[in-house]
Design a protein around this ligand. Structure first.
Ligand SMILES: [Zn+2]
Length: 215
């Protein structure tokens, strides 16, 4: 496992690691193609996901627990302004936990386990990231990709409705929105079922390897 703040050397190293992998795959008769995720589409999709997850989460809470359980003070755990601060703190922590969950699930899939997992912080985008240094099958990539959305999104919503705890529903809705980039990636996986995938070092998206056609 490497934990680092991304800088130029690290970007160059990741690029080199990617190029080495592409060469290695070429020797096996495979070539790399890119699946890119559009940032604009991701943002539009994020708003849509927020509306849908909110409607389902709060709708279920309302239906199961009734009108009386619902109060604006409980939306963020405490009354405003403390509630907003508490929520912001929880949200910040959850961004790091999200990346950790990716790494945790991907490390099982890797031959070199934790040695192939990098955690980093991108200073320009102010976001933490998890980068896997091995090419993974679609099935293994899928579980590592969906896991944070399940644990920080779907699960808190279900718990929030069952307990009942309105803050957990809010936390879960935001957790699902936080996973919408991952959901978009997962949606593209159906096209590359039998391929090996690799996180692209600088594009938003991944490379997948297909048999080279003699042209
Ligand atoms: Zn993610």
């Amino acid at each position: 496992m490497r934990i680092e703040v991304e800088n130029e050397q690290i970007v160059a190293r990741k690029k080199q690691e990617y190029e080495d992998l592409v060469k290695e795959m070429e020797a096996k008769g495979l070539e790399a193609r890119l699946e890119r995720i559009s940032i604009i589409t991701a943002n539009v999709f994020g708003v849509l996901v927020m509306i849908i997850a909110g409607a389902i989460g709060y709708g279920a809470f309302y239906l199961v627990n009734g009108k009386d359980a619902f109060s604006y003070d409980k939306l963020f755990g405490f009354a405003i302004p403390w509630g907003i601060m508490f929520f912001a703190a929880m949200y910040l922590i959850s961004i790091f936990v999200h990346e950790f969950i990716h790494g945790f699930f991907w490390h099982f899939a890797c031959e070199k386990k934790w040695d192939s997992i990098d955690f980093g912080f991108n200073v320009k985008l102010l976001t933490p990231y998890c980068h896997c240094r091995e090419a993974l099958s679609v099935k293994r990539y899928f579980w590592g990709s969906i896991a944070p959305t399940l644990f920080l999104g779907v699960l808190p919503i279900i718990l929030g409705v069952v307990i009942p705890n309105l803050f957990l529903v809010t936390f879960g809705v935001i957790g699902v929105v936080g996973g919408c980039g991952d959901i978009m990636v997962i949606w593209t996986l159906r096209k590359h079922k039998d391929c090996q995938l690799f996180d692209h070092p600088h594009e938003v998206g991944y490379a997948y390897f297909v048999e080279k056609k003699g042209e």
